[in-house]
Design a protein around this ligand. Structure first.
Ligand code: BES
Ligand code: MN
Ligand code: ZN
Length: 504
């Protein structure tokens, strides 16, 4: 069970010319742009691989079908002179000198979804942005069918082979890097999509261990006894309502020399959040299968860092618990002691994320990291403030802005938010050092960030990324994102790690 197969990423190969044979039933994906006025038909772009005749055939067919080449529009055409079964034209909208990476990622994802059931794809999209094309194709093709029996399992094969046409010398290395990144995102998605019946703290810890050991990471797992003994009051308090015991997983990548930077990653791993005794309404409670989205992304990221041999140290600290109401559950009004000694009055058992995260943050800071990124499906207030696709990032001003900038570069689009000093007063308790909720309805996302700030050691540059909405797509598919787990913010965190490796 702990080595569940998960999504098999397609194999990516790079070649400088369109193979004359051997492509079988492959589909060729070609980017097109819209004409200068509404009547004009689409034009093929970025294409040193097809001769004028083939390009002409594609453009004539598109014109005949009335295609416009608008952004993300797809049109399938037959081009008998080419050694592929058909051609899928994907629109980029208006022609430009350079196309944003996120546009290439999106149209590649749209193409992969439009070709669902196609085993092999060849594409010229790599000539515009190779990494974006590979990421978009792999992520767009992602599917999760582990829990479908023969009755409803997809009959069509999954995308198994991507052939990228590219003239650039560094293309091969770039393709491997992009495939590794996309595969890490798929790993995070698999974790999120695995239902709480099958992914509970002990099982999650076992799977994290298996992944970590397979990549050469050092792995430590604390079980419920070790957690209680060491004083992890937040993790124990949240976990004690469930018959499935909590865990704390640590995955350590030692990639740097003596002077290398250390980055701590912390991710919320609530395998299911009922709210506990402060129970949630039934209507959307099943979405709380995504309440370990932060943990999933953190585990995928540290494994990716090891795979990519990043020359820094990365230490993931991942608390895992199931938040259940029961005769052994913590009560509203209980007081617990977080790891490190701060006492907390638990006024609402549904504000459980911050309780397990505070313990994990204190533990992570014992390693004296230079930077700490913590990410969590922490507050419904995140979606109220920023919507379902925009993570909120809070923390040390400079590092927060750096994380947000890099997140926007990779298309995950985290946005900087403040942690106003005055909100701390709202967390005053009449019996303990802190309360776990504020008495006010205002600024719920920021209040949670202010709570977490109390646990970050002085001198650590930190960022808190709230992904309550962005971790899980409850709407229809779009771009390279399907329904369910999105894998956000794996690519943001990896971009930060690479940036720290390059620039300190
Ligand atoms: N896991 C939830 C936050 C959440 C809400 C994630 C919607 C994804 C979608 C978190 O544990 C929670 O319940 N937060 C409470 C905090 C409140 C009690 C202060 C919330 O947002 O309502
Ligand atoms: Mn909750
Ligand atoms: Zn939660």
């Amino acid at each position: 069970m702990s080595t569940a197969p998960g999504y098999q990423s397609p194999v990516v190969t790079v070649t400088a010319t369109l193979p004359k044979r051997g492509l079988g039933s492959a589909v060729l994906v070609v980017p097109v742009v819209s004409g200068d006025d509404d009547a004009a038909s689409p034009k093929v772009v970025g294409n040193p691989f097809l001769d004028a005749e083939a390009v002409g055939e594609i453009e004539v067919a598109l014109a005949a079908l009335g295609a416009k080449g608008g952004a993300e529009a797809t049109t399938r055409v037959l081009v008998p002179s080419l050694p592929v079964s058909s051609v899928l034209a994907v629109g980029l909208g208006k022609a430009r000198d350079e196309y944003p990476a996120e546009l290439i990622r999106k149209v590649s994802g749209v193409a992969a979804r439009a070709l669902s059931g196609t085993e092999s794809v060849v594409t010229t999209l790599g000539e515009l942005d190779l990494e974006a094309a590979v990421e978009g194709l792999i992520l767009g093709a992602y599917r999760f069918s582990e829990f479908r029996s023969a009755k409803t399992a997809p009959k069509d094969p999954a995308l198994a082979k991507i052939t990228v046409l590219a003239t650039d010398k560094g293309a091969k290395a770039a393709a491997i890097r992009a495939a590794d990144i996309a595969t890490a995102v798929a790993t995070a998605r698999d974790f999120v999509n695995t239902p709480p019946s099958h992914l509970f703290p002990d099982e999650f810890a076992k799977r994290a261990r298996a992944l970590g050991e397979a990549t050469g990471l050092q792995v430590e797992v604390l079980d419920e006894k070790a957690l209680a003994k060491a004083g992890y009051g937040g993790i124990v308090g949240v976990g004690k309502g469930s018959s499935r015991q909590p865990r704390l997983v640590r995955l350590i990548h030692k990639g740097g020399g003596r002077k290398a930077k250390t980055v701590a990653l912390v991710g919320k791993g609530i395998t299911f959040d009922t709210g506990g005794i402060s129970i949630k309404p039934a209507a959307s409670m099943h979405h709380m299968t995504s309440d370990m989205g932060g943990a999933a992304a953190v585990i995928a990221t540290v494994v990716l860092a090891a795979k990519q041999k990043l020359p820094i140290d990365v230490i993931a600290t991942v608390p895992m618990a199931e938040n259940m109401p029961s005769a052994t559950a913590q009560r509203p009004g209980d007081v617990l002691t977080q790891y490190g000694g701060i006492t907390v009055e638990v006024l609402n058992t549904d504000a459980e994320g911050r309780l397990i995260l505070a313990d994990a943050i204190v533990r992570a800071c014992e390693d004296e990291p230079d930077y700490l990124i913590e990410t969590s499906t922490l507050t419904g207030a995140q979606t109220v403030a920023l919507g379902a696709r925009t993570p909120g990032v809070m923390g040390s001003d400079e590092f927060r802005d750096r994380v947000a900038r890099l997140s926007q570069e990779v298309g995950e689009n985290a946005w900087p938010m403040p942690l106003p000093e005055e909100l701390k007063d709202d967390l005053k308790s009449s019996v303990a050092d802190l309360a776990n909720i504020s008495g006010s309805r205002f600024a719920g996302m920021l209040v949670a960030g202010v709570y977490l700030r109390e646990f970050v050691a002085d001198g650590v540059q930190w960022a808190h990324v709230d992904i309550a909405g962005p971790a899980y797509n409850t709407g229809g598919p779009w771009g390279y994102t399907g329904k369910g787990g999105t894998g956000v913010p794996t690519r943001t965190m990896f971009a930060v790690l690479e940036d720290v490796a390059a620039n300190g």
